[in-house]
Design a binder for this molecule. Sequence first.
Ligand SMILES: [Zn+2]
Length: 340
Amino acid sequence: MKKKSILVLASLSLLFFLPQAAQADEMSQKIQEQTQVVKQLEKEVATITDKQTAVKEEIKAFDTRAVTLENELTTLHNEKEAIENEIKLQEIRLVTLEEMASLQTISQVTTVKNNSVENQKERIDALRKEVTEVEAKIAATNKTIAAEETNKEQKVAEQKELEKAAKAVQTKMANEEAAIERLEAEAAAAKKAAAEAEAAKKAAAERLERAGFISPLARSYSISSGFGQRVDPTGYSGTGHDGIDIPGSAGEAILAARYGTVVEAGYHSSAGNYAIVKHDNGYYTYYMHMTENFVSVGQTLETSQQIGTMGTTGNSTGVHLHFGIATGVWSGFVNPTNFI
Ligand SMILES: [Zn+2]
């Protein structure tokens, strides 16, 4: 590789060291990280869902037990009622026995055995004891039901909390997923930009190799006034236009179309702030109407090194770059579109 082409490549890589590729790498790493976060959140959702299922089962079990307890309670109440009815019957019988006993005392007829009344009373007492026992069972069952209801309420509250937690995680997950989508779009854009920058770099290198010059602007452009015959809008340069006019915005970077040495730099009433660069290929390039001029006579420039900023100094009717190529200093102008 010749020294010159090394220089060209070095200067090109300066211009085209664009951060898109690094940005794309950074983004894909970010996306991976975000994806890990989403996976973690998915696990959290699964855990919460499992808990929800368990709590739901528990609540179902509570409901089943509640039915059983209510049935038990009904049975106990029925039992109590049966015993109480039995007591009423036995009390009637007792009254009859007592009446018969008192009649027997009068009539001396021994139809009622002496211990019958006592037996009957004991029987009634036993029944009353049974009632008390059933009542204790009823109270215990009611207590159990109350405790079960409290526990169920706790489970229902737990269920609500789990629903809340699940919703929160799901919202978070949706946000993370949206962030990933955004990052992916950004990554795709960065990748596209990197590819475009790479293509532009290649095109510029090819152009420099083929035509000797690259564009003085780091973008595509239109020409508002071409090279050759025209009516000069400033009325200064007569009818010939010794370069091309490229409109743009104030402050835009103007770049050296090829490496070279500055042979003129300064202010001219017509050219405004301008610079002329001498190149090794026998040509000179001209940059005019700049707002700022960053170069000075004798300075060596690399290809695409910034010369100044776009403006409208000198004889100019609007912000633009007048770009010219010539074989001499202020002579031998050629059409730049044949080169760039
Ligand atoms: Zn012009």
